[in-house]
Design a protein around this ligand. Sequence first.
Ligand SMILES: C[S@@+](CC[C@H](N)C(=O)[O-])C[C@H]1O[C@@H](n2cnc3c(N)ncnc32)[C@H](O)[C@@H]1O
Ligand SMILES: O=C(O)C(=O)C[C@]1(C(=O)O)C=C[C@@H](O)C=C1
Length: 235
Amino acid sequence: MVDKIFEKSIKKQFEFDEDVASVFDDMLNRSVPYYKQTQELTIKFALNYLNKNDVVYDLGCSTASTLIELGKHSKYDLKLIGIDNSSAMLARASKKCKAFGIDIELRNDDLLNTSYENAKLIISNYTLQFIRPLQREKLIQKIYNSLDKDGIFIFSEKVISSNKTLNKQCIDIYYDFKKQQGYSEYEISQKREALENVLIPYTEEENKKMILDAGFSHCETIFKWVNFATFIAIK
Ligand SMILES: C[S@@+](CC[C@H](N)C(=O)[O-])C[C@H]1O[C@@H](n2cnc3c(N)ncnc32)[C@H](O)[C@@H]1O
Ligand SMILES: O=C(O)C(=O)C[C@]1(C(=O)O)C=C[C@@H](O)C=C1
């Protein structure tokens, strides 16, 4: 379904409810620059590290697109676990897993309250940005602690620049991208307001610092487009 959520006046904060879930795949494809390509990169890097029966978590799995693609492309049987606290998202994820014949354990839980054991790989694309900063640091520590000794964490985020002028230029370019994807100025400004204080982006440097502070030995930016980035962290 085509995303028309913000065509009408909306006063509430952004949430991953039934309305958003019903158009979510279209919303991501049209709102996250190079979404498909960053998903492909996530999978290509992931496959370098995975072996038979390895455990993989996707934190904030939404409709399970990434785990389904990983399942399709892996030559090994993997234990795939998707966690999300939106029932509307997970209902769609479940249908898609059945349709593609990929076995994924879907857990309806808050990322801050559940545990991820024996993980070889943890993925979290465009989700940490929705976790409040203090909780986010704790979550990263939990992710680090849950990974095997040579475990890998791949994540993507909307990012900001610490340079005010550049930051404004990045946002302008991003809004041009959204217009090219068919969103009107009204839709763009409504969504911006709804995301205020809900999506809290860090700079690329802050993301890396948070990762290294948690104990990871290395963090590399493997993709960047203006205000979106994908990182790989090695325990
Ligand atoms: C932008 S979407 C992620 C997109 C998805 N990773 C992908 O690449 O297709 C963010 C997801 O995180 C989930 N989420 C946000 N905060 C959460 C939390 N505290 N616990 C569990 N899930 C959360 C939302 O329900 C939503 O499905
Ligand atoms: O539309 C925006 O401004 C975005 O930041 C895109 C974004 C994201 O990056 O997570 C915001 C909310 C939805 O989850 C889908 C995409």
